[in-house]
Design a protein around this ligand. Structure first.
Ligand code: PLP
Length: 405
């Protein structure tokens, strides 16, 4: 059982006011708030431990390197990877997908080859592949979804051809909340010899992830969506695959030796970490993982499931509201439209009530097109949200209706 009152005390921002009203933060799919321990970890690093890593011979540099590499170990345990060198620090999910597209993709994908993504992907899991396809003359194929916002598995299987070089799908949709049957999706691809990248940007703060059990080839996520800092994220990749991939960016730290004639690249994971990384953010990410670990992701999943159920029932009672994304298996996202009212107006009126939701296409324009809406309003939940906040959201939406009566 979660003690939500205690948890809320860890997030100082939840006590602030917006337009004179207590903040109701329901934009967690965009970014989550940060607990005190994460903020302190970043501050502590700068105040007492700041040094560059991997290259100094002095004590501060050794200590910073050790802490940085400890976080890599924590991440390995967090996603249940087999080896620490399978964990690469990147700027976020977006950079991780670009890295795979530009390294695995550039070396493995050729003219006429195919890449499969689903209709519910975030732009960051579409555009890097499109760029690759443009460069290579490859084809991007789209796995269709049904009216509930679920991948149509039979059609997915039929789309995999001898030319398919990679399947790249989201674990959980940011626009719909759908949790995809990712293990089944991976197995289907593997049966045909095709590797799979899983975009875990939304999933990691809502459910525990075991990359070995899933057997995914790549798994990507961003720290800022799991209570950590911005500017840092993770690429997990199977060692055998990543060893064969060429480096992404060149520079310091990713080399063993450099001459003008020949550069020898470093081993994993450093081969993919050129330049000084976001060291302080890594410290914050480590604290975020500790925080999640202490709360317990299974407790979080259970609590959020109940809250989502409560919120769904509450919102469906609002006249003229239509939910977009009604998958059987979904997590804390409520995406909706209100007949005759633009989502931006919904968002603006709610903001005046201190309620932060997102309004727009959520960087997932193709899925908006699929549901024939230009945009939705989206309330997205995290472990610190309460039933009372959902009640305030529902009251706010009744006010929206009143304004447009
Ligand atoms: N994938 C999904 C499903 C997302 O929701 C997001 C961000 O909203 C991303 C990828 C990109 O994450 P970032 O902007 O942190 O790189």
């Amino acid at each position: 059982m979660l003690n939500i009152n205690e948890i809320r005390k860890d997030f100082l921002i939840l006590n602030t006011f917006v337009h004179g009203k207590p903040l109701v933060y329901l934009d967690n799919a965009a970014t989550t708030q940060k607990p005190r321990s994460v903020i302190e970890a970043v501050q502590h690093y700068y105040a007492g431990e700041n040094a560059n890593i991997h290259r100094g011979i002095h004590q501060l540099s050794h200590a910073a390197t050790k802490k940085y590499e400890n976080v890599r170990d924590k991440i390995k345990n967090f996603v249940h990877a087999e080896k620490t060198e399978e964990i690469v620090f990147v700027r976020g999910a977006t950079e991780a997908i670009n890295l795979v597209a530009q390294t695995y993709g550039r070396s493995q994908v050729g003219e006429g080859d195919e890449i499969l993504v689903s209709h519910m992907e975030h732009h960051s899991n579409i555009v890097p592949w499109q760029m690759l396809c443009e460069k290579k003359g490859a084809v991007l194929k789209v796995i269709p979804i049904n009216d509930a916002g679920e991948i149509i598995l039979e059609e997915y299987e039929e789309l995999i051809s001898p030319r398919t070089k990679i399947v790249s799908v989201t674990h959980m949709s940011n626009a719909l909340g759908t949790i995809n049957p990712i293990k089944e999706i991976i197995k289907t691809a593997h049966d045909k010899g095709v590797p799979v990248l899983v975009d875990g940007a939304q999933a990691v703060s809502h459910m525990s992830v075991d990359v070995q059990d899933l057997d995914c080839d790549f798994y990507v996520f961003s720290a800022h969506k799991m209570f950590g800092p911005t500017g840092i994220g993770v690429l997990y990749g199977k060692k055998e695959l990543m060893e064969k991939m060429p480096p992404y960016q060149g520079g310091g730290d990713m080399i063993l030796s450099v001459t003008f004639e020949k550069t020898k690249y470093h081993d994993l994971p450093h081969k993919f970490e050129a330049g000084t990384p976001a060291i302080a953010s890594v410290m914050g990410l480590g604290a975020a993982v500790d925080y999640i670990h202490n709360v317990g992701l299974d407790n979080v999943a259970k609590y959020e499931e109940e809250l989502l159920h409560y919120a769904t029932e509450k919102l469906l009672k609002i006249p003229h509201l239509r939910m977009i994304g009604t998958s059987q298996n979904k997590a804390g996202v409520l995406s909706f439209v209100m007949e005759g009212i633009h989502p931006h107006d919904v968002g603006t009126i709610l903001d005046k009530e201190g309620i932060a939701v997102r309004a727009g296409h959520h960087c997932a324009q193709p899925v908006m097109d699929r549901f024939q809406v230009p945009a939705t309003s989206r309330a997205s939940l995290a472990l610190y949200n309460t039933r009372k906040e959902i009640d305030l959201l529902a009251q706010g939406l009744l006010k929206v209706l009143n304004v447009f009566k």
